[in-house]
Design a protein around this ligand. Structure first.
Ligand code: GAR
Length: 216
């Protein structure tokens, strides 16, 4: 087994952020991490095809199949342990994880959110809704945020942000696309790469064991 940080990516939809991560790994932009597992919580999501096309283990895990949130999270934990996962990336994953789950992986779960947190974030803001709200409010600048995940929706420590202009005539779909292209697909791979570098350094310093407090 290689020495790289083993990453799980959790997805729910089209998986363009997953693709950006796969491409960054393949092109050497993520040097110290490897995507070892993709978990999708929706049966028909295209993201799972992207994983399989890239030769990455892709598993569909739905709440329904595992009898609710607790069973769903227990199955994910089982898969993380099976694959030796050290870093979990939520890339368009539209499920709110329990506090027990986020505490278990303190400073080991990161999320990409399509706004400049704290604007247009928290429960109810996902997918297109932050862009609809940004246009309704008339902001001139929006963007994307990568943050650690804790028990508060979109409330964890911010790792990276990138601003994107809102242009006259934008529809929510046009704005969503621009935020993805100019911000999400850039800052998510960059943040994952930086975290993997830091985790690798800490592991080397501690002779093979990374402690989550060192990522804070
Ligand atoms: C992305 O815009 C991502 O930021 C957003 O869902 C989209 C998924 O697209 N995530 C959230 O809203 C989380 N609160 P993708 O499946 O093509 O990566």
């Amino acid at each position: 087994m290689s020495n790289k940080i083993r990453i799980a990516v959790l997805v729910s939809g089209g998986g363009t952020n997953l693709q950006a991560l796969i491409d960054a790994e393949r092109s050497g932009k993520i040097k110290n991490g490897e995507i070892a597992l993709v978990i999708c919580n929706r049966k028909s999501a295209y993201a799972i095809e992207r994983a399989r096309n890239a030769g990455i283990r892709g598993e569909i895990v739905t709440r329904k199949a595992y009898g609710g949130q607790e069973g769903f999270e227990a199955r994910m934990i089982e898969l993380f342990e099976e694959e030796g996962i050290e870093l979990i990336v939520l890339a368009g994953f539209l499920n709110i994880l329990s506090g027990d789950f986020t505490d278990r992986y303190d400073h080991r779960i990161v999320n990409i959110h399509p706004s400049l947190i704290p604007a247009f974030s928290g429960e109810g803001f996902y997918g297109l809704t932050p862009h609809i709200a940004a246009l309704e409010r008339g902001v001139k600048v929006t963007g994307a945020t990568v943050h650690f995940v804790n028990g508060v929706a979109d409330g964890g420590e911010i790792i990276a942000q990138k601003a994107v202009d809102v242009l006259p005539g934008d529809t929510p779909e046009m704005l969503q696309r621009r935020v993805m292209e100019e911000a999400e697909w850039v800052i998510l791979p960059a943040a994952v790469s930086m975290l993997c570098d830091r985790m690798t350094e800490e592991r080397d310093r501690n002779n093979g064991c990374v402690q989550s407090t060192e990522l804070q």
